[in-house]
Design a binder for this molecule. Structure first.
Ligand code: UDX
Length: 447
């Protein structure tokens, strides 16, 4: 009989995982503790913008016309425990307020709520990004709380999905990592992931701590790559070099690779910044803090880029105060194809200039609602051209395709001054210059 799967926590990770499991042919029951989320999902709507996710959901949610009906949602823990053979825990682990460490309260609450209802054999699979050592602790907690005792097993199966590509990454993962203690966990997870494995996704079996570390070390490596190229951008600024050319040239070396070498205002979002901080905090607790002191530098290089963008804008406006200057900001989300503004470098830059007296007007294709909620005091426009109208300088801060397709000539007529600063090294300088713009990008004073 086919496995029955539950997904606990229906945020980015959980909603995508639940829909993907239904797509793979399993009966799925999703649980969340927020009633509004459950109501939305039951209507086949997702609480965030993620390409392809709503379509996938509507293909499977029970009650929607033409859907497979394999995907349902509930708020009832007993129902979840009773339904599932495999329970995926997908709740979030945000950064603790005022600390580097991550907040485990949602993960802990999920285990505490589920375990007492587990009266028969079950596999609980942690997917949340957690400090190394959590799986050991949670396995002990399960053994204490679950009436089925040893029939309940834990596995750790980190998730590597990228926002904007969540559906594709979940259905066709580039690797599947499972931390297990016994054969049963591995066997069940091989069954769950049979389809992507048949397509060629590698299946890596590890112990608990290694599985937990794979996730945090992968994100640390990515963050390091971005900060490395941004450090090179700083040197290029000083030496008159061109960081985009430099990245292209070093990227041809296969050992280096060209991905994640786009210099600019740096990384943000709900994962990279908090994951490297939580990793440092955890290494400190383990007495291995020296091993990760370099991440402190990665973090500061990253944060410095935001300030440098503000300084580039100041320079472009004559070097004085921002008072009375009109600044158009294109982009609010931390990356394109997402409506996520968590720790967004773009909004950070917009906010800094606003706080220094600049008249900032922001436009983003999908992030307006979230940006307004987070930064209600910034100015907002309904389109790129409206944001640019009357602007003394235009800042390109999130590399949406829509911005690359703008007509610089038309924009030039709306702007007060034709100065564009590319914080993502993604616009084509020659096109903008041909339309009379002064184009300046980070790390490319000469380009
Ligand atoms: C990341 C990891 O990529 C993913 O594997 C993990 O599961 C979650 O965290 P995500 O947060 O969606 O995914 O964003 P990602 O695509 O990694 O980009 C992170 C940030 O880095 C963005 O702000 C992006 O603009 C920035 N970035 C990326 C650069 O500044 N330069 C680059 O070359 C690449």
């Amino acid at each position: 009989m086919a496995l029955k799967i539950t997904v606990i926590g229906t945020g980015y990770l959980g909603a995508t995982h639940a829909a993907a499991m239904a797509e793979l042919g399993f009966e799925v029951l999703g649980l969340d503790v927020v009633p509004e989320k459950i109501e939305m999902l039951q209507r086949g709507e997702v609480p965030m913008y993620e390409p392809g996710l709503e379509e996938l959901l509507r293909k499977h949610v029970a009650g929607i016309e033409g859907a497979s009906g394999r995907l349902r949602f509930t708020m009832d823990w007993a129902e979840v425990a009773d339904f599932g053979d495999v329970h995926f825990v997908c709740v979030n682990t945000p950064q603790k307020h005022g600390e580097y460490a991550c907040d485990m309260s949602y993960v802990d609450a999920a285990f505490e709520s589920l375990a007492p209802h587990l009266t028969g054999p079950a596999l609980v699979v942690g997917k949340s990004t957690v400090p190394v050592g959590s799986a050991d602790r949670l396995a002990a907690r399960l053994a204490e709380l679950a009436p089925a005792g040893e029939d309940v097993e834990l596995a750790w199966n980190p998730e590597f999905l990228r926002e904007g590509l969540a559906v594709q990454d979940t259905l066709h993962p580039d690797r599947i990592v499972v931390g297990v203690r016994g054969d049963r966990g591995e066997k069940l997870l091989r069954e769950v992931y049979a389809t992507p494995m048949a397509e060629g996704s590698p299946f890596v079996v590890t112990d608990f701590p290694t599985a937990e570390l794979v996730k945090t070390s992968a994100n640390s490596f990515l963050a390091t790559k971005i900060s490395f190229i941004n450090a090179m951008a700083e040197v290029c600024e000083a030496a008159g070099g061109d960081v985009a050319k430099l990245a292209e040239a070093i990227g041809y070396d296969e050992r280096i690779g060209k991905k994640f070498l786009r210099a600019g205002i740096g990384f943000g979002g709900g994962c990279l910044p908090k994951d490297i901080r939580a990793f440092m905090a955890r290494a400190g607790e383990l007495g291995a803090d020296q091993a990760l002191t370099f991440l402190r530098e990665i973090d500061s290089i990253n944060m410095r880029q935001r300030g440098q963008m503000v300084e580039l804008a100041r320079e472009a406006l004559g070097g004085g105060a921002f008072l009375g200057k009109r600044v158009a900001v294109l982009g609010a989300t931390f990356k394109p194809d997402s409506d996520d503004v968590r720790d967004s470098p773009a909004l950070n830059v917009a906010g800094q200039i606003h706080l220094q007296g600049g008249q900032v007007t922001v436009y983003d294709p999908k992030g307006m609602v979230n940006a307004r909620r987070l930064f209600p005091t910034l100015g907002y426009a309904d389109s790129a051209i409206e944001a640019v109208r009357g602007a003394d300088v235009v800042l390109h801060l999130t590399e949406w395709r829509e911005f690359r397709e703008l007509d610089p000539a038309q924009l030039g007529e709306a702007a007060a001054q034709r100065i564009v600063l590319d914080g993502r090294n993604a616009l084509d300088p020659s096109v903008w210059r041909a339309a009379g713009w002064t184009y300046r990008a980070m790390g490319r004073p000469s380009a």
